[in-house]
Every structure is written in C-alpha cells, then in structure tokens.
Write a protein that binds this ligand. Structure first.
Ligand code: ZN
Ligand code: ZN
Length: 257
C-alpha cells in the first residue's frame, strides 16, 4: 500500500528535472522556511534553536533572506533573527579579546600542561556542533520519503510507484545510499527493484560517457554525438551531486538500451 500523502507528492516530483527525492526534500525545506518567516521569528523555542546552531547553514541563510524578500517584499524577520545572533556573537567576541595577549605571554609550565589536556580550538566559542534547523527538518522529511518510496516500490501487484519512478530522472547518489540504509524486511523487494534499475541506468550512462569522450579523438571529431552522449556528463553530475535548488539544466536522460 502506497502512502497517499507520498504518492501525491511523488507524482509531481517525477515531472521535475533531477532526483525526485531531492525535489521533495527541497519542497519540504522551502515550506519550513516559509513557516519560520510567517510564525516563528519571535517564537522563543525557535530562537533557542537558532542561537544553539549559530544561525543557519550558508545555503539556508541565503534562502531565508530570499524567501522573505520574495514573499513579503521585506526583510524584517531576517533582520530580527540576525540582530539577536549578532548580539550573541558580540558577547563571545568580548570574551575572546584577551586571547591574542595570552598567545604572547603563556607561561612555559601552562604550555606543557596544555599538551596533556583535550585540545580546544581558540575559535570554539564561535563554533557549534548543532546543525542548522532547516537541514534537520529536511533530513527528517527525507527519512520518511525514502521509506515510503521503498514501500511503494516493494509491491509488484500495485506497480504505480515503479512506473512513476521509471518516468523520473532516477535517485541521486545520496538518496540511493539512504535507501540502502533505510530498507527493512518489508521494503526489501523495493530496494531490489531500485538496485536493478540503478545498475541499468548507470551502465547506460557509462556507455554514453565513453561515447562522449571517444568523440574528442582527432579522427572522430566530425562524428556527431547522440543526445544521450552529449548530455552524459550532465547526467553524471545529476547523479553524483543531486538536484540543484533552483535552475536545473535540462539534459536528455534517454539512453540507448
Ligand atoms: Zn536526491
Ligand atoms: Zn541548512
């Protein structure tokens, strides 16, 4: 039985360029970002997350500022978030002001003792182990989507998911690895289908890449490349790097069988 929530989103995702699960994750992250701007800028619990992770990762920081600008035509929420964060960093920098002097005047005994203590980077107060909240939400939705895809692919009696999947540009490397890690006994036939399909897809890609490379030889320069060969390098990037956030160039994914 295919999860109906998943089935609906998956049907749209297979029409997009690149890995359908990358698209679904990007949609989930964008939805969460819109909710941060709309409801969570002044919410204390969200603020704790933001401070613990020292803001968002570079990708999502840019996205938050762009989404607010597009959505509301303003930057009030972004301003409020970063005003708080700037204040936190200022306090920590005040504490770090003494650090350069200690570099020049460390007493030799303290230096010898330090060798046996756990190393602490001077920049530690400006770093965090807590990941970006949008990345965390994205990973959570990824987890569900990967499991639902495997469940959908596991049922050969109702093969709508298999048919839809074969219309897609196929999973990227990262989502393929996640599928291996998240398969359970019930979804094993889904993983088996996915691996067989990936083997065929990558063998075709390899043939096209070889055709693409061979036509750089001086004696083959006048031989035209097929569309599949011409875009083979781009298909390889889509597989290894996944889908991009915004503009995704249109390669010809078809390959000779
Ligand atoms: Zn992907
Ligand atoms: Zn992030």
């Amino acid at each position: 039985m295919v999860n109906p929530f998943f089935a609906n989103k998956f049907e749209q995702a297979v029409k997009e360029q690149g890995c359908p699960l990358c698209f679904m994750r990007q949609q989930a992250e964008a939805k969460y970002i819109r909710s941060i701007i709309a409801d969570h800028v002044t919410d204390p619990a969200s603020r704790v997350h933001i401070i613990n992770s020292l803001g968002y990762c570079p990708r999502h920081s840019w996205q938050i500022s762009e989404v607010e600008k597009q959505q509301d035509g303003e930057s009030l929420g972004t301003g409020i978030i970063y005003e708080h964060l700037t204040k936190v960093i200022l306090e920590r920098l005040e504490d770090l002001r003494r650090y350069p002097k200690t570099l020049a005047h460390t007493n030799p005994l303290a230096k010898r003792i330090e060798q046996f203590l756990p190393a602490r980077r001077p920049s530690a107060p400006l770093r965090t182990e807590t990941p970006c909240r949008v990345c965390v939400m994205g990973a959570e939705s990824d987890d569900s989507y990967v499991r639902w895809l495997l469940e959908g692919l596991a049922d050969p009696e109702h093969d709508e998911t298999r048919q839809l999947y074969q219309k897609s540009n196929r999973l990227c490397f990262d989502h393929l690895r996640q599928s291996l890690d998240k398969a359970v006994p019930n979804s094993a036939p889904g993983l088996e289908f996915l691996l067989e399909d990936t083997l065929v897809t990558l063998k075709n890609l390899d043939t096209d890449l070889r055709g693409h490379i061979a036509k750089y030889d001086w004696d083959k320069k006048s031989t035209p490349r097929s569309a599949a060969e011409q875009f083979s390098w781009l298909r390889a990037i889509y597989f290894f790097a996944g889908r991009r956030e915004k503009d995704n160039p249109k390669p010809d994914f078809s390959s000779p069988d």
